[in-house]
Design a protein around this ligand. Structure first.
Ligand code: SAH
Length: 232
């Protein structure tokens, strides 16, 4: 759509500052072995993800399972006209994300502490998102099931690792059950580790049997969910 815009340039100072905040946090926001190189392993990847997106100013997006604010803080910096809800189930992480947003001068971020599934019942707060993005929260099925409750015809973008194409092949019938269509599977060039975006779109309101579908999916994919920021 032609009213969509690309990201603005964030600049070295801004991205380095974010890397310092994440690496220096007393809360473990990335794995210990990644701490020395947060900039290259995490921030740069999110900047490249931002460059693959075109978003509508005024839109409302969520980063589901934002952890230390990835990719949400980068996207909020890159798309200042979009409002961002950065959601995580861990209160300590959400507190960190809120303070990082202030330190980085981001006025378009709301850091929310909740489990995604606990917000589903509040349809006014949920179905109205233009999009949900998520990185390293679990399998493609798990991520899609968690995110589905927040969109009607909006997008779901899952940032995946090297097995993205096989994951999408396996995902087929679950996507139908969830009322989602996979629009596109895109490789992001230039990242330090293979990175793919799986873009899906809600095909209308969540199906009538959605709660039970979701529960089944979440049960069957729970093994794929991770609490640490290892990428799937
Ligand atoms: N996206 C970040 C963090 C990945 S770790 C990054 O790429 O670095 C996964 C995060 O998802 C954890 O912080 C965990 O608390 C959060 N999470 C897992 N399941 C969740 C759920 N059901 N609702 C909200 N947050 C969840």
């Amino acid at each position: 759509m032609d009213d969509q815009v690309g990201p603005r340039e964030l600049g070295e100072d801004w991205t380095s500052r974010l890397a310092e905040l994440v690496a220096g946090s007393p809360v473990n926001l990335v794995s210990r072995r990644d701490r020395g190189d947060v900039r290259r392993l995490h921030i740069d990847e999110c900047v490249l993800v931002a460059s693959a997106l075109r978003l509508r100013p005024g839109a409302r997006w969520m980063d589901l399972g934002t952890g230390g604010g990835l990719p949400g803080l980068v996207l909020a910096g890159a798309f200042p006209g979009v409002s961002w809800v950065l959601l995580d189930a861990r209160a300590k992480k959400v507190d960190q994300v809120r303070s990082f947003a202030t330190a980085l001068g981001l006025a378009n971020v709301e850091a929310v502490h909740a489990r995604a599934e606990d917000l589903w019942s509040d349809r006014t707060a949920t179905g109205g998102f233009d999009g949900v993005i998520s990185r390293a929260v679990g399998s493609l099925e798990h991520t899609a099931a968690l995110a589905r409750g927040f969109v009607t015809t909006g997008q779901i973008v899952s940032i995946r690792g090297p097995r993205a194409v096989q994951e999408v092949e396996r995902f087929g019938s679950s996507a139908d059950d969830l009322g989602l269509l996979v629009d596109e599977v895109v490789k992001i060039d230039g990242t330090i580790r293979p990175t793919w975006l799986v873009r899906m779109r809600g095909q209308g309101p969540a199906p009538a049997d959605f709660p039970s579908t979701r529960r089944t999916l979440l049960r069957s994919t729970r093994g794929g969910a991770s609490d640490g920021p290892a990428r799937a």
